[in-house]
Design a protein. Structure first.
Length: 119
């Protein structure tokens, strides 16, 4: 058994080792997607990058290594904690930050650019 703590939601879940993070979140009412991406996404195939999360584990073996799909989708990011929830398998205790807006790029249509006051 492992514990997964969802930071924004304040939820801690007990999970079986090897469970998929995207499926776990969905089964427990935790939204990984923003806006239109709730409807339009790749359904866990690792193709769209819209299930981007930050995952922290004390021990590297608590998560599976990044998949080839993740390496391709996340190649422009330097933060090693960014993962695609659909590609993550949990093997130990982890902390998850869903919808890390600071890493979502407006040109990808994942988040609207900030509004700037002209006053």
């Amino acid at each position: 058994m492992a514990l997964v703590y969802f930071e924004r939601e304040g939820k801690t879940l007990n999970v079986n080792a090897g469970q998929n993070l995207r499926k776990l979140a969905q089964a427990n009412g935790i939204s990984l997607y923003r806006g239109i991406n709730k409807l339009i996404n790749c359904r866990g195939q690792g193709l769209c990058g819209t299930c981007l999360v930050e995952v922290y584990a004390k021990n590297p073996v608590d998560l599976n290594p990044r998949t080839a799909m993740e390496e391709q989708q996340l190649k422009d990011y330097t933060n090693p904690h960014l993962r695609l929830a659909c590609q993550v398998r949990v093997h130990g205790n982890v902390q998850v930050k869903t919808q890390p807006v600071e890493f979502m790029e407006p040109q990808m249509g994942l988040v609207a650019p900030p509004l700037v006051s002209k006053e």
